[in-house]
Design a binder for this molecule. Structure first.
Ligand SMILES: [Zn+2]
Length: 63
């Protein structure tokens, strides 16, 4: 995904910067503990499309 695009993307729920998780092809919001899908290289930043993470999953994603 485009690094420049990634730099300007923020979470629509909390306006925090998102982390791109390359392995999973998702965007992670640490604060809301959710991931957003990336479909055909287009980030889908819709609250209804998020996947809620457990603390354990969040730790795994953060490596
Ligand atoms: Zn957020």
């Amino acid at each position: 995904m485009d690094k420049k695009l990634l730099d300007i993307l923020v979470c629509p729920m909390c306006n925090s910067k998102l982390n791109y998780i390359k392995d999973k092809k998702v965007l992670l919001c640490q604060f809301d503990r959710v991931t957003y899908p990336i479909e055909d290289d287009i980030p889908v930043l819709l609250p209804e499309r998020t996947t809620r993470l457990t603390a354990e999953q969040l730790e795994t994603l953060n490596g």
